[in-house]
Design a protein around this ligand. Structure first.
Ligand code: S3P
Length: 172
């Protein structure tokens, strides 16, 4: 993990590339990578099933538990679920561990990525939703994300995005 102490916490709307960027950033920083959605799936089963069987509130509680567990960590790259850092408790817990970077993409780019998503992840908040509903959710969240340091990802390679983040992080 080298001598780097701060965590790097990636936030941003669904399909902005948090996991893909996070994995490469972790390699570049010689850091361990964590993905909060993956932790939840390992513990509780698929996100789709959690939303269906227990509801969104239960999922958000699981996110808060993980944020609280990660409060004492350092030297990690953490990709968070799309809404996690908009929750004040999660933002407080994870924000205190290091730098928060928000990956940004236009709604057109997000739609394109959702259509070509290789993992074919089921995102319950988008399943069966119309373009207007996607736009509404996106617009509802813009203000929340805007308080974090933004890195734009439209028409940029994963490498270019990682490089910009590394520059922003400096010696952190
Ligand atoms: C969500 C984003 C998802 C996942 C869940 C809810 C959201 O993560 O946590 O489906 O509310 O934005 P990704 O941003 O990795 O898709």
């Amino acid at each position: 993990m080298g001598d780097r102490k701060s965590n790097v916490v990636l936030t941003g709307f669904m399909a902005t590339g948090k996991s893909t960027v996070g994995r490469l950033l972790a390699v570049r920083r010689n850091a361990s990578y964590m993905d909060t959605d993956e932790i939840i799936v390992e513990r509780h089963g698929s996100i789709e099933e959690i939303f269906a069987a227990q509801g969104e509130a239960a999922f958000r509680e699981m996110e808060r538990d993980i944020a609280s567990e990660l409060k004492k960590t350092s030297g990690l790259v953490i990709a968070t679920g799309g809404r996690m850092m908009l929750d004040p408790d999660c933002a407080q817990s994870l924000g205190s561990t290091g730098r928060v970077i928000c990956l940004a993409a236009s709604i057109e780019e997000i739609k394109r990525r959702l259509l070509t998503d290789e993992d074919q992840l089921v995102r319950p908040l988008l399943a069966g939703s119309s373009e207007a509903e996607l736009r509404l959710l996106y617009e509802e969240r813009v203000a929340g994300y805007s308080r974090f340091q933004q890195v734009h990802t439209d028409q940029r390679s994963v490498e270019a995005v990682v490089e910009e983040i590394e520059t922003l992080l400096g010696n952190d």
